[in-house]
Design a protein around this ligand. Structure first.
Ligand SMILES: [Zn+2]
Length: 264
């Protein structure tokens, strides 16, 4: 766990960010760094697939801002997104449901995230060995990867890689530091993970990092959450993960006069 914590700190500095998304980005970063060490120059990721299918099969606008792309660029790697290509999407659309999903009697569940969500509710756990999805992708690497990797449980990166556990104890000062930072004008996600967001900020601050200044008011504005510069063409702050960055999240301490730090 201490290695993972050290790598999280490295990711904060590498991405110059304390976005909660770093808990999944650090997994992508670790894989790409390893790929680079092994002499690989181009990496492929499947991350625009969700956006594509969420949009009901519409063309993906060219303005997708993917973290994987930012990580690859910083590492000097080329990146390729097969799902952004029409030919790949056409093949995917022509697959039958049974090409991609099948009941397989395995001794591990196929969907770890669903298990995790169930573990937090009163619903009974799902019996292991049920419908496995993404079979086309799994079959594509038969004989290339070990079976237990091919039949790894489906989970968001931070759960599959267990990095979500790093959120425990990220903010040792608890409520006190959250309130103090909010009074300084900073905002954090109003979620169960709020302490984790503050904890990431403390790592960011300890590393001597500060949000980038707005250098060009025509193309940038100051994030309402962290005051860092945000490009007008994107709807997320890459520094703090504020979304949308032009609007502060609900503040928990009503009556406090929260001022946003001024940037030039
Ligand atoms: Zn921000």
């Amino acid at each position: 766990m201490s290695d993972a914590r050290a790598f999280l700190e490295k990711t904060v500095s590498f991405m110059q960010s304390y976005d909660l998304g770093l808990l999944s980005d650090m997994v992508v970063y670790a894989c790409m760094e390893k790929a680079k060490e092994n002499g690989i120059t181009t990496v492929r990721t499947g991350d625009p697939a969700d956006e594509y299918f969420e949009m009901g099969g519409a063309d993906i606008p060219g303005k997708l801002h993917l973290q994987s792309e930012r990580i690859a660029t910083r590492l000097g790697l080329n990146i390729d997104h097969p799902y952004s290509k029409k030919e790949v999407r056409e093949i995917a659309q022509n697959l039958r449901r049974e090409d991609n999903m099948m009941y397989i009697n395995t001794d591990v569940p196929s969907d770890q995230y669903q298990q995790y969500e169930r573990s937090r509710s009163s619903e009974p756990p799902i019996e292991p060995g049920y419908v496995w999805t993404k079979l086309t992708l799994r079959r594509a690497v038969y004989g290339i990867l070990p079976n237990d990797v091919i039949y790894g449980m489906k989970a968001p990166l931070q759960y599959g890689a267990w990095t979500y556990k790093l959120t425990n104890g990220l903010n040792d000062d608890g409520e006190d530091s959250i309130l103090k930072l909010e009074q300084e004008g900073l905002s954090f996600w109003e979620t169960l993970d709020k302490g984790a967001h503050v904890g990431l900020y403390l790592i960011y601050k300890k590393a001597g990092l500060t949000p980038p200044l707005v250098m060009d008011a025509q193309t940038q504005y100051a994030c309402s959450w962290c005051a860092g510069a945000v490009e007008r063409s994107v709807d997320i702050c890459y520094t703090c993960g504020g979304n949308p960055p032009y609007e502060k999240p609900k503040i928990r301490s009503p009556g406090k006069d929260i001022k946003i730090r001024k940037v030039i």
